[in-house]
Ligand binder design. Sequence first.
Ligand code: NAD
Length: 498
Amino acid sequence: MASVKASNYINGEWHSAPQEFESVNPANRQEIIGTAPLSTKADVDQAVSAAKKAYHAWNELSWVKRAEYVDNFAQLIKRDLAEISTLVTRECGKPINEGRADAVEALHMAQYIAGLGRLPTGYAISSEIAAKDAYILRKSKGVIACITPWNFPSAIPLWVILPSVLAGNTVVFKPAEQTPICGHKLMELFHEAGFPAGVINLVHGMGEDVGDPLVKHKDVAAILFTGSRAVGKYIQQVAAGDAYKFAATEMGGKNATIVLEDADIDLAVNACVLGAFKTSGQRCVSTSRVIIDRKVEPEFTKRYLEKVKRIKIGDGLQEDTFMGPLIEEGSVDKWKLHNQKAKEEGAEVLIDGQVLTEGIYGNGNFVSPFVYRFEQYKKNTFCLREEAFSPHLAIIGVDGMEEAVDVYNDTDYGLAMAVITEDYRKWRWVRDHADYGLGYVNLPSIGAEVHLPFGGVKASGNGHPGAEGILESVTHRVAFTVNHAREIVMAQGLSTSV
Ligand code: NAD
């Protein structure tokens, strides 16, 4: 397939830059998916200025009118669904059924946001004084920076861009440097959908060169960031420096599936295979710990290992591939480090993952699953507390539900938790005592739907989830009170006599 030359998109026009970077297929590093501008602060300044200029006219439109632009866009996503699916797989390595799922989720987000344009955006509420009407309304914030990761290169940008523009904000989008061509494709469709110049702008490049000046820009009112904990924490600190600036940061996880003694073991095995190895463990919600009741651990582990050994690893464009490559060579190094740490920290290795280099694997970033076990939970370990973001899974034996939740909560993160049990009293107790933003019963710890909030607690997120949840972050709720009487009567009995 021909390599794509991506451009920045500023004020409705395509702009190139003197220097470019390459995006390569992680399953075959010799295949160049495309090139994109290596932008600088000057490009960011131009994009923010275009977004600022476009804001007033865009914000003057009704929610319904803005939703119509989103509806045009949704129809284009639907038209190009197959092309987007294949592009996601080629650029980020996920198997094609996952590439398709990413594109379908993008479509769902566009359809959902187009529909929201006709739903209430505020409400009337009684005042203490009968002659007054009070309203709670939503107002847009201004220019919003959307900074996104590579692992859901079409869905995650839309979780944040579409609610922002529906609410009347304008956007500067900075896609991940690993997947610029997916970002470019979205931008081509925004252009074709007819969004006015400056409403959605895109600047390609590296985090330090483009993301950093964007978050620090004085005309950016809000930052919607999804990515690693280190960068998210930094962005929170930058935003805290300006009283007006807001940052929603969705970050990593050390997610777990809790398997209780009454669990359906086949279901538990399937949930933990999907949870740990879909997207090669490179989901923020990937299961990296199975916390299991000792009574059922031997049977679970036997069946689990049999299944993990059958996982087909390869190029995601093959329909029967279950697990594709890691995104970059650096991710392979990070995976090795986590495995090494597990060994040093006393884990019993059950499947020693390998870097795959022969034959079809020769030019890609392929590894096989690494699975290990701790008979007893070991506190303060790197391997059981830090995000590996790769096919790296711990099985930890515990005695009962309460110890399972103690172990589950013993990380700084709090993103996704699944519990496998047939007992409604048990899952209810776990639901109420574990720290998470996304909870599941008899399911894997992965799986988002756009009309639900998506986010975490503790170090995983600062309380401003994406998808359904993000309208709160891109609007101010304002109170507006109207007096219908000829005299002024104040609330709380406040006297007006002078
Ligand atoms: P990353 O933090 O390296 O990069 C994310 C984005 O931030 C990229 O666009 C990058 O260019 C930009 N960036 C980097 N440095 C920056 C800086 N100094 N200032 C501004 N922007 C900067 O993350 P990644 O490797 O692309 O993605 C993987 C991480 O994302 C994992 O930790 C994963 O768990 C997390 N993630 C979280 C969610 C969620 O919703 N909670 C979803 C997907 C991924």
